[in-house]
Design a protein around this ligand. Structure first.
Ligand code: CA
Length: 229
């Protein structure tokens, strides 16, 4: 399932522009136009990320941020604040309340999308958060054993999934063929699997990952590494 993003922004044209661009990137969106309904939507929708304008009618953005970060059910949802120029103190207050990032208005769509991607990539702080890896269009949800490309499930075999997981979890470090055999094939490897088997599976995995397949880099006479950036 694609990430769900809650947008809390009273200026309808800005909200609409953000909404349009997020959808274009494949995200699901929920729009609210004031603080109170924004805070309620955070609880109801449990979005993956919240884009929060600080200057809102009724309950202001800082209060919304405080409520979200004080509630155990919503505390782990990342917040990107939209701040106006000259609202330095609000920005600092928001970050102190637990907001993750901010974008200063007027902002470019490209910049906002980059922040959204960066925040989504960040490993969650909570220990009980399931293992999720992201790179390019790929999202690997280890607790659900689900690999997605642009939000659509990838048809990976169990070995391919484990192989991709081992590569992505290595955080850019090189892994030898032997290490991959050990991680992915484990006991079976001792029996009959040759290191060439790794190469064969890497080959099919690369094809299935399409353009992101390029992220699997061959390290000559050694093994592989995964380019996360
Ligand atoms: Ca506003």
């Amino acid at each position: 399932m694609n990430e769900k993003i809650l947008v809390i922004e009273d200026e309808k044209d800005i909200a609409g522009m953000i909404d349009y661009n997020l959808k274009k990137e494949g995200y699901r969106t929920v729009l609210t136009h004031d603080g109170l309904s924004g805070a309620a939507a955070a609880l109801r929708e449990r979005p993956d990320i919240i884009i929060l304008d600080l200057l809102l009618p009724g309950m202001d953005g800082l209060e919304v941020c405080r409520r979200i970060k004080m509630d155990v059910r919503t505390v782990s949802i990342p917040i990107i604040m939209l701040t106006a120029k000259g609202e330095e103190s609000d920005k600092v207050a928001g970050l102190e309340l637990g907001a993750d990032d901010y974008v200063t208005k007027p902002f470019s769509v490209k910049e906002l999308l980059a922040r959204v991607r960066a925040v989504l990539r960040r490993p969650a702080a909570a220990a009980e958060t399931p293992e999720v890896y992201r790179a390019g269009d790929i999202k690997l949800d280890c607790s659900r054993v689900l690999a997605l490309a642009k939000g659509k499930p990838l048809e990976l075999t169990a070995r391919e999934f484990e192989l991709l997981k081992a590569l992505m979890a290595a955080g850019g470090k090189m892994l030898s063929r032997e290490a991959l055999l050990d991680k992915v094939w484990g006991m079976d490897a001792a029996l009959e699997v040759e290191t060439r088997t790794v190469d064969v599976h890497i080959g099919t995995l690369r094809k299935k990952l399409k353009s992101d397949g390029k992220r699997i880099i061959t390290v000559k006479n050694y093994g592989y590494r995964f380019e996360n950036q």
